[in-house]
Ligand binder design. Sequence first.
Ligand code: TEU
Ligand code: CA
Length: 562
Amino acid sequence: MNKAWWKEAVVYQIYPRSFKDSNGDGIGDLQGIISKLDYLNKLGIDVIWLCPVYQSPNDDNGYDISDYYQIMDEFGTMDDFDQLLAEAHKRGLKVMMNLVVNHTSDEHAWFIASRSSTDNDKRDYYIWKKPKPDGSPPNNWGAAFGGSAWEYDEQTGEYYLHLFSKKQPDLNWENPRVRQDIYEMMKWWLDKGVDGFRMDVINLISKDQNFPDGVVPEGHEYGDGSPFYMNGPRIHEFLQEMNREVLSKYDIITVGEMPGVDTEQARLYTAEHRRELQMVFHFEHVSLGDGQYGKWSPGEWKLTDLKRIFSKWQTELDQEGWNSLYWSNHDQPRAVSRFGNDSEEYREVSAKMLATCLHMLKGTPYIYQGEEIGMTNVRFEQIDDYRDIETLNAYRDLVQGGKLSHEAMMKAIHERSRDNARTPMQWNDQKHAGFTTGTPWIAVNPNYKSINVEQALNDPNSIFYYYQKLIQLRKTYDVIVYGQYRLIMEEDEQIYAYLRQLGNQTLLVITNFSEEQPVFRLPDNVTYSSKQLLISNYNVDEQDEIRQTKLRPYEARVYLLT
Ligand code: TEU
Ligand code: CA
């Protein structure tokens, strides 16, 4: 396995809108991030992943870009960005930008030109189709944020494709001029000194040019077009071209966000000899429990299913490719609420358990802002307290559409809305958690008085210092970065335990995902002559016999066996 800095790095994801407001307008900004770089440095992370900071009308909070070469007004200026980059680099922190090139905003100059006439020079920068004879859309695909994936444009009497909101028209990657313009833009940012890209839904950019209808799932109104745009016919050709023309020329980190990717495709995307991307984000674990209406009908999930997913990804990308590791991001609920236990009694210990489980795996770990202090989901009582277009459109479609009751939808929103991750970062117990001196664009989680950075930094046993120690361990032991993974106690529904092996070192990772006290049993074929406890979320007697030992609720332990 080739060594590489991006395999040994830990990434911290910042959602700028909710991180730190420096000018009192209630919206996070670049100067706010600069003011917190020392905090991130203290945590010990290596790379900051900045969610989109480009000019945008914020229909989808920056994932609808209207100018790739300007900083969003609300976030500051290009000088602020240059200062952020310089200040980060001064501290040895790298900055990974969020590339969004499956689509632009409908306010992008390219789209304004494209929609102006059918013979405009930019017309085929996007995907335009004539209506069917009865005037209906070219096919039955649904959009991720509700409604048809096609929007009719009166001006030229044609439909344009938008897999997300109608203000996010899909770019036409079949057009080599589009690809060249994207590559130019990427090089412009890389020449500025940014250290890589997180590529938004990058496996959707190649569409089946027949645009066939999709199957309409039970209880749904639109067809599922994903078989015709996920991992599409030319996706590897496009990514290899992007790598040849741009990525290969810089020492950077790249990760592709890939809804619907499986391990076989992930090997094709991330095997180093294929010269495409370094790693991908898959969605298998974050979809656990999804029901008929996806995350809006969330159900129970089993630990054995989580273990099967993680183990599949660990083993099938062991020899070829590389894993990203994450519990949460700006689209997902808070880790401790989704996979742990965010009750008063178990929040801290289960957050540390989840961190242990993830950070001892093989791959590059991603920490989402606030995860390191155990921030939890929020429970706004009114739908009007929510801001996310996906949540609001889903409420409209499912509740007003008569599919779910208000109560069922609010319960699903409390569990899975993207706004769970977008409430402001909780810095202290002052007004608005020290995020802003103004009125925040979205309300702060009321639990900020007890869950905040200041409290965490003053508590040597806080989740923050536990993350700091996990990151330090990763920097100390190669077995954590490069060791081979092996699952043990496969069928246990409470304990997730695994080994990592490199040379004569074996890492033993034990995590109890339950509030019960199950017994851990070390398989007979795992032998060792000495053991060293590297980290645990309880006080553990060093002499404790690990061949068989009872675990406490949400207990986590990592041993180095030699
Ligand atoms: O998300 C891709 C995506 O698949 C989303 O539908 C996401 O999985 C969903 O919201 C989870 O329920 C990316 C960005 O991360 C997201 O913030 C953007 O809204 C989306 O693309 C469009 O750019
Ligand atoms: Ca601001």
